[in-house]
Write a protein that binds this ligand. Sequence first.
Ligand code: ZN
Length: 283
Amino acid sequence: MDAEARGRAPGTAARPAADAAPTGSPAAALLREVPVGDSAVPRLELAEWAERYGVVAGVTTRGRGFSLGLWSDDHVGQLMTRWRALRAAFQPAFPALVLAHQVHGTAVAWQRQATDGWLILDGVDGHATGTAGLLLTITVADCIPVYLVAPHKGVVALLHAGWRGAAGHILERGVALLKSAAFVRACDIVMHCGVGICGACYEVGSEVITALGDAAAAAGAPPAGPTQLDLRTVLVRQAQALGLTTVSVSPWCSAHDRTQFFSHRASGGRDGRMVAYLGLPLA
Ligand SMILES: [Zn+2]
């Protein structure tokens, strides 16, 4: 069975304390996404990033069944109505939006959308841009959305990181792309690991730990047998190894907080999808 589809019973794990760092997490600040007062598109955002870096970074929630999974069995008309609401919510700051059919791979694409509209790509799990007005989006439901911004350099990247993406070093690919495209150093890049599944809710087989190598071993994972994996801890360790010094993690767990979020694992694969987004708004 697919390791990402193999579930544990939802709600059986202890809920982490509200402001405690995730189990086994190395030093990373906790940064909480906060609700945006918009009834049309239920979502949470990093208010601190807006204030400090001038970027729009957030994630939709499952409020009123607000699923945005295009590659799903959802009713097409309702799905497109929700997507239109999402696009409308980000006007006029973001006349363009990019999305891709994700494959748990490591491809990160540099986006230079010059025209308004909605670009849908295939086989890409991360996007980066220096173009204001282009909103980068990925779909998530347990996998970690990784937000990268190089303040003062005007570039951002958004990565979809489940265990396969983490094992394939999608973070390294995203950081390398920002470094080469915008001449930034690793220490110029700020990273946030957003809403996703926590270690207590995510049991994986030993093959996953093996695939993740040092980053999972360093997180305290035992070498054999089913074990709990904290993806955000793995990503923080990878970030530190890459030289990133300003790293934060969300306290939200998609599986613990089922009233707020969709969780592939906790729903046995039946849940919808949220959209994580990041962009440089037009002035
Ligand atoms: Zn959890």
